[in-house]
Design a protein around this ligand. Sequence first.
Ligand code: TMP
Length: 428
Amino acid sequence: MVQFDAVIFDLDGTLTNSERGIVACVRYALEKMNRPVPDADTLRKFIGPPLSDSFRIYCGMDERETAEAVRAYRERYLPIGWAENEVYPGIRALLKTLHDQGSDVYVATGKPQTPSERILRHFELMPYIKGVAGPTDDDPRADKDVLIRRVLDGKSYRRPVMIGDRRSDVTGAQAAGIEGIGVMYGFGEPDEFNEAGCPVAQDVRQLSVLLLGEEPKQKGYFISMEGLDGCGKTTQANAVEKALRECGFTVRRSREPGGCPISEKIRGLLLDVNNKGMSDIAEALLYAASRAQHVHEVILPAMARGEIVLCDRFVDSSVAFQGGGRQLGVPLIQQINAPAIEGCKPDTTIFLQLDHETALRRRENASALDRMESEKAAFHARVEEAYALLVRQEPERFITVDARQSPEEITQKILPMLFERMKEAGVM
Ligand code: TMP
């Protein structure tokens, strides 16, 4: 039987860290009004309480100025600031485990309900959450006990609990007749819960132990990025990494050849333009050797810890560049790589599709080309062809995106498809 059958979370400072967006918007409002910007500690105090109170207390504003400051704040918050936010590491796994084991998970927050739901949807947390209560135009009250009663909507639970980073979360819980747990990683003061008489978790791990009796188990997931040199892989890997981290995942970013000290040394050999005499088979074996160390030292351990591995290139690159480009053939490359990868295979491969002529034009603008990049056009044409064959053979593994679009457009296409795959695999 689950310990807590209803678990209600506060949002800011408990599920998500909204500091970046809120502080940037306060700063924007004050600069717009030509007012001095207070120090970082004071700016952090704006997170949580009503904005108008904070502008009055910390900036000495009168009623008219306060209204102007709140307007200026919203000018930046509504289009940009709300998304400058991130899920605390470990929270996603906690919510998913609570949900999967049958607890009803709710959110009761002092932040208005519509933006709160928007944030929870943006970070893909809504699938775990049964209901959200925050102030609305119809019911602008922000007292926690009122919000708790509203979100529970008359349902009776054996052992409901409210979790939050402020004392008002716990006193609100007590007023609503339920248990409370305080968390210390949010925006509360060091003595926030001293007299609250409730259990306190220093971090998400301790909170997980209080709620579940153990740390949640996470499932690893392996994403590789592939494409011709110049396709924009690294830019997209950066964007995917940022989005996954903001959603609360632990991401192990890596690359091939390389990714750990021994493999990075092999990378040096492979890409050195002075190594012109390297034989095709020596090259293929060095890529496989670099991979063997990387799989052993980085990828498999990260997967075992339940992390998301995001790797710039993997064995598909050997199939395309050495199998196709060098014409060693796919069977030989697979044979060489079998002992290197120890059965490890990407769950999803993001393929940035670009014809070799466009890729070449992009590379021409680069400052210095490495040994592989300086290969002739016919080589890269064969690589392009080999990639096309790989994608045709395993359409279910690849997410293929036209790399001629703008980086922002490409990211916007990749993320929903990737999240869909991760949901299907039960990691999201
Ligand atoms: P990068 O520039 O994307 O880091 O990749 C380095 C070069 O190595 C790039 O030209 C592709 C090539 N490569 C192979 O030929 N075979 C492989 O197995 C890998 C991983 C990369």
